[in-house]
Design a protein around this ligand. Structure first.
Ligand SMILES: [Zn+2]
Length: 773
């Protein structure tokens, strides 16, 4: 090939192309509302400035610190009167560079105190209906007195310490500031009335079984807990109102729990006196369970539970739990009853054995003995694969009616069969899903310890996303539950499932980056939408390899630490080289939705005549053809420049300029190999939705072949409303579909096809129905 000539000629083509490009940009710029570069603006204004505590990469900085709170507690359960008593010593270490003039302790049970302000902040009037229990508690009976009774607070030498209680927060007025780097110890004695957790959706309490007169307890937020002090919030002492969950520092725990002798207990931490509290038979079964990797071993059987349901022992047993060195926890929870059946099996995680544990009253059977421990095993496997190896020695799933609540190593889960033992698929999958979700919370926020009080999505969204992955892998380990070719019926995670929420009434939607107390529809806001956003990010925007590496990097960087949203957002970019500011902005900082469509298709043919548009262009600039390089013209099918003779011809057959260019620049051999396109289309895509997304297009040609092209989201960076693509082909284009696999959560698919499809999707029909109301 004659290189010099070729370059010379292309220079002229380039020159012409540049003139046109400039004109086109100017034209776009003059059209109001079309250019919206703010959607691709970096998040400098929204993000806090990185510093030595938190690096711009999203990793902990060189001066990163976190406080430590170690607990020694003596707990006594009064089963007869449903009261709990405790005495605790907190050793608090101030690793911050600041001297602390006072300490803040959380008194979460005060949300159930008689004088709690929590019920007073609701402004929505009368409910359509109440459960009988809720109605009675709201309007008929005296309010339940469930707040903490603080007997005393003492310093290490036993001297009383002054304290001030403001609702769910207690300020300990230490006589001298706690210096940076120093530790202090103080003790608190307390008790409270345990609530019936089946009333008013308490996260902790008992369920009463009237048939046998027993209670099953799931106990959490039960002791005064240190608040977090950090570089981000100072003291995180935002009140516990009920929706925004918890922010807690890591620490070591030593907890003795005294319960009736016929109860069993499981809890956060390693059981220290198993031989004292287990029967010989239980010990034997426990030793079997440690080696049983394929199915659970029942430690306490249903028959044994039924035999003792009427015993109500007057004697007590003390169960001792302790966290292991290097396995700090941010909280402590326990479950106890004489009604609990107990099973366990071993799971290999990395080179360690973890015990997957289930505890349930007989009312949970046969569902619980069949499915619970399977769900625990699957969670540990999938989550460990995508984050880090589960570091604790056990994970316990406890059955508690209507509960779904998580603590380190232990969680409460719903899913109860009918009284005759039958259950629907809905109950079964609902139960497996909630167990995966709550056991999964061990990773987010128990180990990757985000601030739940401020950012509900950081644990709920990440956990719901991981839950989806674990559900979809469930059949790999348990084909008896999900047949190999079946798809697990995940409630959340797939793009299409979030559409009704994102398409809904804007006055009920808040950005994901909102405090959980302030949003309507916390489920879709903090669980469904962030989970879906991450799923779309993984499958459609970043790709699995880049996403998985970045997500793992985040998990490992912040394992046993306190991350913020920016640490997550920054790490995902840092580890992948994908600019995601536009994605975080659209999905996390706005309530915009996705809607992209195909608006218009124009057909062009190469012509040898100077077109009308070109003539006008030249006239406006006083140019003649001699002033310009050799040009190739395209005539639109509906314009006066078009005639039928142009159809189906190779461009070089028609355009003399092109023909000469090819003769001069290509060898005869090269010319013979060239396959010239015969059809030219200009396709206009429009974007009524606010969120820019990759433009996923399926082109169908007359011979039935399809071509899939994904244009990156950046295609919208200069023009947020409308973009055009040119398709040149040897084949006639007969169909275009945008987002053919429904992977972007596009809320309106009626504009997704050319030619427009007549049939309407289920969702469009649903939307019309809603609009009609
Ligand atoms: Zn959750």
């Amino acid at each position: 090939m004659n290189k010099i000539k070729y370059c010379f000629a292309s220079f002229f083509f380039l020159f012409a192309a540049m003139v046109f490009a400039q004109e086109t940009e100017e034209k776009e710029g003059r059209e109001p509302g079309h250019v919206n570069q703010s959607r691709f603006k970096q998040l400098y204004e929204e993000f806090s400035t990185p510093n030595t505590y938190r690096s711009a990469s999203g990793a902990p900085g060189p001066d990163y610190y976190q406080q430590q709170a170690d607990y020694k507690m003596d707990i006594t359960l009064d089963d007869k009167n449903a009261k709990i008593y405790g005495e605790e010593t907190i050793t608090y270490t101030n690793n911050s560079p600041d001297d602390l003039e006072f300490l803040w302790v959380q008194l979460d049970q005060n949300v159930r105190a008689k004088d709690s302000k929590s019920p007073l902040r609701n402004g929505n009037g009368v409910n359509i209906a109440y459960t009988a229990g809720n109605f009675a508690q709201t309007y008929v009976t005296e309010p339940f007195d469930g707040g903490f009774n603080i007997d005393w607070v003492k310093d290490a030498s036993g001297k009383p310490l002054s304290f001030t209680i403001n609702q769910t927060m207690m300020r300990i007025n230490i006589p001298q500031a706690l210096k940076s780097g120093a530790s202090t110890s103080f003790s608190i004695k307390w008790w409270y009335n345990i609530p019936d957790h089946t009333v008013n959706r308490a996260r902790s309490g008992f369920e009463y079984f009237p048939k046998d007169g027993n209670r099953a307890y799931v106990i959490a937020q039960f002791f005064p807990r240190m608040a977090v002090y950090s570089d981000v919030e100072g003291w995180q002492n935002h009140q516990f109102w009920g929706s925004g969950e918890f922010a807690l520092p890591f620490g070591n725990y030593e907890v003795d729990i005294t319960v009736p002798a016929d109860h069993v207990v499981d809890a956060t931490g390693v059981l220290q006196n198993r031989k004292e509290v287990f029967t010989k038979e239980m010990m034997k079964r426990y030793d079997q369970a440690k080696k049983s990797y394929d199915k659970p071993v029942v430690i306490v059987t249903q028959a044994e539970v039924e035999a003792k349901e009427g015993s109500f022992s007057e004697k007590t047993n003390t169960w001792k739990f302790k966290t292991e060195p290097g396995q700090m926890v941010r909280d402590f929870g326990f479950a106890t009853s004489r009604k609990f059946i107990w099973d366990m099996q071993a799971v290999k995680i990395g080179n360690r054995d973890v015990m997957a544990v289930s505890m349930y009253p007989k009312e949970g059977n046969p569902l619980w003995e069949e499915q619970s421990t399977k769900a625990v095993v699957q969670t540990l496997k999938t989550y460990s694969k995508f984050t880090f190896d589960y570091p604790y020695h056990k994970a316990i799933s406890v059955h508690a009616k209507n509960q779904g609540m998580e603590y380190p190593m232990i969680c409460w889960n719903y899913g109860r069969p009918n009284e005759d033992g039958t259950y629907s698929d809905r109950t079964k999958y609902g139960m497996i899903s909630v167990i995966i979700h709550e056991v999964g919370h061990n990773f987010f926020p128990m180990i990757v310890n985000s601030d739940e009080r401020q950012w509900g999505w950081m644990d709920e969204g990440l956990d719901t996303f991981m839950q989806y992955l674990a559900e979809q892998e469930f059949g790999e380990n348990y084909p008896d539950v999900i047949a190999p070719n079946d798809k697990y019926p995940s409630r959340r995670g797939e793009a299409a499932k979030i559409v009704p929420y994102m398409a809904g009434d804007q006055s009920y939607i808040s950005p994901i980056m909102s405090n959980p107390e302030n949003v309507y529809q916390l489920g879709p806001n903090a669980y469904g939408k962030p989970a879906t956003a991450l799923n779309i990010l993984r499958e459609t925007v970043m790709g699995k390899e880049l996403f998985d590496h970045a997500f793992k990097t985040y998990s490992k960087r912040w394992m046993f630490k306190h991350p913020t949203p920016e640490d997550f957002f920054r790490t995902m970019e840092d580890a992948s080289a994908v600019d995601l500011d536009w994605y975080w902005r659209g999905w996390f900082y706005t309530t915009d939705y996705v809607d992209i469509g195909v608006k218009e298709v124009k057909k062009y043919y190469v012509t040898n005549e100077i077109t009308k548009e070109m003539k006008e262009y030249m006239a406006a600039r006083n140019l003649t053809a001699a002033d310009l390089p050799p040009l190739v013209y395209l005539a639109e099918e509906r314009s006066e420049d078009f005639n039928e003779d142009l159809k189906g011809k190779a461009p070089s057959e028609v355009s003399q300029n092109l023909n000469e260019f090819m003769m001069d620049n290509l060898t005869a051999e090269e010319r013979a190999q060239v396959q010239e396109p015969k059809y030219f289309y200009e396709v206009t895509f429009d974007k009524p939705g606010g969120i820019p997304m990759p433009l996923i297009v399926e082109y169908t040609y007359a011979d039935g072949t399809k071509e899939n092209i994904t244009y990156p989201a950046e295609i919208w960076r200069k023009n947020d409303a409308e973009v055009k693509r040119v398709i040149s082909s040897q084949k006639e284009l007969v169909g275009i579909v945008v987002d053919p696999k429904l992977e972007t959560a596009d809320i309106d698919t009626t504009n997704n096809a050319w030619p427009i499809k007549e049939e309407k999707s289920d969702f469009d029909q649903f939307k019309e129905k809603v609009k009609g109301k």
